[in-house]
Design a protein around this ligand. Structure first.
Ligand SMILES: Nc1ncnc2c1ncn2[C@@H]1O[C@H](COP(=O)(O)OP(=O)(O)OP(=O)(O)O)[C@@H](O)[C@H]1O
Length: 312
């Protein structure tokens, strides 16, 4: 048993023919935490999700959901698991409520009032009686989430939940995920190519490349650096750049039209400012840059340098 985790994936291997699609994949999701599962196209994300949902058999390894083994106790393991696949489908001629009633028919053990609760959780109560055919893509995504929430899941799998949504729809979905996580303690397992959105929703990330997990951990820790990147803006960049290049504590410099992006030791911006002022450089401002998940992802999956052509 792996009681302490909502999801525990242990040493999963999977091949299709001669192609090794997943190699020794292990992952953990704690109660109420959310995991951003990232990887380039074809890395094995969907295959792993399908294995976790019991749709594909792994060659080796085990999956535990809420402490129950998927292999030896499938019914219990899958009981409190929800999933929304890309572009969920519904009976367009039926209302939102009626669509969920069909799900209730499959799960008669769940009280019928859960239909109303699930619609409420995703903000669709006012449209419960409207035909799904009249819904926007964002509303259909929300209805997909309501369907996933129907069985009172402890974990919900979202495969590209933001695909096709406009900025407003993305913001609403993000808010909803955060609220469900905070207020209901539901864990989310999310794949998305929109890394800035993942960054705002997930506590932890796992990065998969060519079927292997190459990094896993808290987002905060993974984005920690033992150096700082700052943008230096001055009134005279032509004079500034050689001074920066000669400063021993500047590790890397990328020059742009109106500023230079420099890599310095942590806390080195005071020294940098003093150095420039001593050289009579009219400093306008020095702005610290946060490492983004996008930069980290590119570094990990493409093996690129820390700054490459510059972080812009
Ligand atoms: N049923 C299958 N039979 C043969 N090969 C498969 C099968 N399913 C997936 N694959 C292969 O496994 C690899 C991983 O595919 P998968 O769909 O899991 O990747 P992914 O990370 O989800 O990609 P994407 O981000 O593009 O959706 C790919 O090379 C794919 O062609």
């Amino acid at each position: 048993m792996s009681e302490e985790y909502t999801l525990h994936v242990k040493e999963i291997h999977k091949s299709f023919g001669k192609t090794n699609v997943l190699r020794n994949v292990s992952l953990r999701v704690n109660k109420g935490e959310s995991l951003g599962f990232l990887g380039p196209n074809g890395a094995g994300k969907t295959t792993l999700i399908r294995i976790i949902l019991g749709l594909v058999r792994p060659d080796r390894g085990s999956i535990y959901l809420n402490g129950y083994s998927l292999r030896s106790n499938f019914k219990q393991a899958i009981k409190h698991v929800g999933a929304v696949v890309e572009n969920p489908r519904f009976y367009e001629g039926l209302s939102a409520y009626k669509n969920l009633q069909l799900i209730h028919n499959l799960h008669p053990e769940v009280p019928v009032k859960r239909i109303g609760e699930a619609l409420e959780m995703v903000g669709l109560s006012p449209r419960a009686e409207d035909k799904v055919g009249t819904f926007s893509l964002g509303m259909k995504q929300r209805l997909g989430l309501a369907r996933a929430l129907f069985t009172q899941p402890t974990i919900v799998f979202l495969d590209e939940p933001l695909n096709g949504l406009d900025p407003q729809g993305m913001m609403e979905t993000r808010k909803m995920i955060c609220n469900l996580q905070k207020e209901q303690g539901i864990s989310f397992f999310i794949t998305s190519h929109l890394l800035s959105e993942i960054e705002q929703v997930c506590d932890n990330i796992a990065v998969i490349k060519e079927g292997e997990i190459i990094r896993q951990g808290s987002l905060e820790k993974l984005l920690e650096r033992n150096y700082e990147i700052v943008d230096v803006h001055t009134d005279d960049m032509a004079q500034t750049v050689p001074v920066l290049r000669q400063a021993g504590f500047v590790q890397h410099i990328t020059v742009k039209k109106d500023h230079a992006t420099v890599e310095i030791d942590c806390g080195g911006s005071v020294e940098l400012n003093r150095h420039l002022v001593n050289k009579n450089i009219p400093v306008r401002y020095i702005v610290p840059r946060k490492t983004t998940l996008e930069q980290l992802f590119v570094e990990l999956t493409q093996g690129g340098g820390e700054t490459g052509e510059g972080p812009d």
